[in-house]
Design a protein around this ligand. Structure first.
Ligand SMILES: C[S@@+](CC[C@H](N)C(=O)[O-])C[C@H]1O[C@@H](n2cnc3c(N)ncnc32)[C@H](O)[C@@H]1O
Length: 246
């Protein structure tokens, strides 16, 4: 799977998430020791702190790209976004997001859309806040995915990314994390989701992913300004945010 690119990579990722969708939330919680919720809450707060300048309806909308089971959508609503659109290219993930939003009685403030992060089905400048959690590693064309997020953000809006990042530093902690990801994560995938391959893909995709500094540079190249980042999870994940000029 390491060599996959373009449409082949997209097809691989789509079928993998289709397979693991029913167990996705459970595995997230077990693998991150429950920390993933805290990270999304932090990322949502960093998005929403960027207030809209106008009072147009569209300017108070948020978009969560590759929304999966919708946790980022709910975090954005909780932080004060009036309405959130979630987009994903796996229908069963959207089904789970729909059920979760209903259970939390938030369905009326959520729109779920089938679509590709590389061709977002939205007009330019349609959203004040654009987020994406744990998916930049999976896209077949990272610069294009970032450019799409920047395109649909309104001038003065904010783009926020939450991602697991490579721990390239020496030292005991990064070594423990690398071992955990390479050895324990696939085992948990096998035991809890019956899918070792999907959870062996996770550490492999992290290892190939750019480090935080490079990712920040790529966000700037995509048209975002003032890109900053914060590491979370003892450095194993990072939140990056940048603003759409204008
Ligand atoms: C690791 S999950 C992340 C889900 C969610 N964002 C979260 O915070 O838990 C990745 C999600 O991205 C979706 N995805 C991957 N590539 C995509 C693409 N090119 N377009 C739309 N969705 C995509 C998958 O279907 C999956 O639901």
């Amino acid at each position: 799977m390491a060599h996959l690119r373009g449409e082949e990579k997209s097809a691989y990722v789509r079928s993998m998430f289709q397979r693991i969708a029913p167990r996705y939330d459970l595995l997230n919680t077990v693998i991150s020791g429950g920390m993933h919720h805290r990270w999304r809450r932090r990322a949502a707060a960093l998005a929403i702190e960027r207030k809209p300048r106008g009072d147009g309806r569209d300017q108070t909308r948020a978009l969560d790209v590759a929304t999966g089971t919708g946790d980022f959508v709910l975090a954005l609503l909780k932080r004060g976004a009036p309405h959130v659109v979630g987009v994903d290219f796996v229908p069963s993930m959207l089904g789970l997001a729909d059920a979760k939003a209903r259970r939390r009685r938030r369905r009326d403030r959520v729109t779920l859309v089938a679509g590709d992060a590389l061709r977002l089905p939205f007009a330019d400048a349609a959203f004040q806040w654009v987020t994406s959690g744990f998916n930049m590693r999976n896209v077949a064309d990272l610069p294009l995915a970032l450019a799409e997020m920047a395109r649909v953000a309104s001038p003065g809006g904010r783009v926020v990314i939450l991602e697991i990042v490579p721990m390239t530093e020496g030292g005991v902690l990064p070594r423990i994390f690398r071992w955990y990801f390479r050895t324990v994560t696939p085992l948990l995938g096998q035991l809890l989701a019956g899918d070792r391959e999907a959870y062996a893909y996770l550490p492999a995709s992290v290892a190939r992913f750019p480090d935080v500094e490079k990712l920040a540079t790529m966000m700037e190249a995509a048209g975002l300004s003032d890109v900053r980042h914060q590491r979370v999870g003892f450095g194993s994940a990072a939140i990056l945010w940048g603003d759409k000029p204008g």
